[in-house]
Design a protein around this ligand. Structure first.
Ligand SMILES: O=C(O)CCC(=O)C(=O)O
Ligand SMILES: [Fe+2]
Length: 291
């Protein structure tokens, strides 16, 4: 099943070199589904609900309302419906809360997510999330329409089940009615599955680019692109963020804009830090460092 209406399909590629990916998708800002990408992992389809329940059932993740355990989320998403959806997203942080998973996700960059300056030790998890959010969803769950904080590139890795992924063309930002004020500028008030066209009439003109992301597949979402997801059944996914030369200028600008909204001085300090980090990574790369 898919949301209805006119749309273009997201490219799905089965075999592409890193070089061609960079040329065709990363440097041009086009989203793409890499259908074979998790084959780089030895057991790419091992991350089932049973695996999570047996190994991490009692570990917890955050939702604005309260914390939930993995076992609770597996129960809630198994019986989730569009009328009565499970809470979503509840964020489980893989590296800090489920670190045992990481050894089964090698190479973590899937031989595609590099260079990634967020890996630089200088960042220490600041100025962009370097942990990996794990999301357990169910039928009726939809993420808010948004673009990612700091314009990072995002790699949405589908570990189990499937969900619909929806991106919007670059020039359609005004049709998303971005909220205002710091980070909120990257969030839309529109409910994708039940849009209020009276309140947000321009959203009718949006022309989504969509696809169904299946277990083992990976969606590349270029930084700054508005997107959302819709689930029709139980599914589990994770996200890796990336910054490199291709989105560095946008990332640096956002670091300033978002921080300065709350505190001008903090904005300037972080902007200077972003400059130092960018130049260190750039020079490191010239000398052969692999981020
Ligand atoms: O997993 C999803 O539903 C979407 C996640 C996403 O876009 C994000 O975490 O920024
Ligand atoms: Fe996102």
């Amino acid at each position: 099943m898919q949301t209805k209406g006119k749309f273009t399909a997201i490219d799905r590629v089965y075999d592409i070199s890193h070089k061609d990916f960079v040329k065709k998708y990363q440097n041009t800002g086009i989203p793409v589904i890499l259908a074979n990408a998790t084959k780089a992992w030895q057991s790419n389809l091992m991350f089932t609900p049973e695996y999570f329940r047996e190994n991490f059932g009692e570990r917890t993740g955050a939702h604005p309302s309260r914390r939930y355990t993995i076992a609770e989320m597996l129960d809630l998403t198994a019986k989730s419906t569009s009328e009565n959806p499970a809470p979503y997203p509840v964020k489980f942080m893989i590296k800090s809360t489920l670190p045992e998973m990481v050894e089964h996700m090698q190479p973590i960059d899937l031989n595609f997510i590099y260079p990634n300056w967020l890996k630089s030790k200088l960042l220490k998890n600041k100025l962009g999330n370097t942990d990996m959010d794990l999301h357990i969803g169910g039928a009726g769950n939809s993420y808010e329409i948004h673009k990612d904080t700091y314009d990072v590139h995002a790699w949405l890795i589908q570990l189990y089940g499937e969900k619909e992924v929806i991106c919007f063309p670059w020039d359609e930002e005004p049709l998303m009615y971005p909220r205002s004020g710091g980070l909120l500028e990257s969030r839309s008030p529109i409910n994708f599955t039940k849009p209020d066209y009276e309140k947000y009439p321009k959203f009718k003109e949006a022309t989504p680019i969509k696809g169904i992301l299946k277990a083992g597949e990976v969606l590349y979402i270029p930084g700054g692109l508005w997107h959302t997801t819709v689930a029709y059944g139980q599914n589990i996914s994770t996200i890796i963020n990336q910054v490199n030369e291709s989105n560095y200028n946008q990332w640096r600008r956002d670091v300033y804009v978002y921080k300065a909204y709350h505190n001008k001085i903090k904005g300037v300090i972080d902007y200077v830090a972003a400059n130092v980090i960018g130049n260190v990574c750039r020079i490191g790369q010239l000398f052969g460092a692999r981020y």
